[in-house]
Design a protein around this ligand. Structure first.
Ligand SMILES: N=c1c2ncn([C@@H]3O[C@H](COP(=O)(O)OP(=O)(O)OP(=O)(O)O)[C@@H](O)[C@H]3O)c2ncn1[C@@H]1O[C@H](COP(=O)(O)O)[C@@H](O)[C@H]1O
Length: 105
């Protein structure tokens, strides 16, 4: 975990998530040898779905340890794998935002 550190951020999570989703979309058709994301998008469905479950479990375990940095790190892994999942199954980031917005308006 230590090789990646938290950056101070301007708080525009929407821009960050959208940018990452665009990078992930751009990996469709990329070389699986060169891109982990391309492997998740084009490889066995179960490989991706197991990663989502595994990363969610890691977030839970970090919470049980009350380990702030680890929670942040594992949550980033989970969000990334969730975004890859949305891309693979054709759910856009705009649809996700619409779903969330509809719940608090
Ligand atoms: N945000 C991420 C990101 N978060 C986590 N990961 C990868 O997710 C994997 C999770 O780590 P694990 O230790 O659980 O798994 P592993 O042992 O490495 O791999 P497997 O067990 O799944 O085979 C690691 O390989 C991480 O590098 C990510 N890989 C890519 N991205 C983003 O995706 C972009 C495209 O990356 P490529 O995949 O290189 O095209 C990058 O620029 C990043 O912005």
């Amino acid at each position: 975990m230590g090789e990646r550190t938290a950056n101070v951020h301007d708080g525009d999570i929407g821009r960050t998530i959208k940018g990452l989703a665009e990078v992930i979309r751009g990996r469709r058709g990329a070389s699986p040898e060169e891109s982990y994301t391309a492997r998740l998008l084009a490889g066995p469905e179960d490989k991706l779905l197991k990663k989502v479950a595994e990363e969610a479990t890691e977030v839970v375990m970090a919470c049980k340890d009350d380990d702030h940095d680890h929670i942040r790190y594992e949550s980033a892994d989970l969000v990334y794998h969730l975004l890859v999942t949305l891309e693979r199954y054709g759910v856009t980031i705009e649809e996700l935002a619409g779903e969330l917005d509809a719940r608090h308006r």
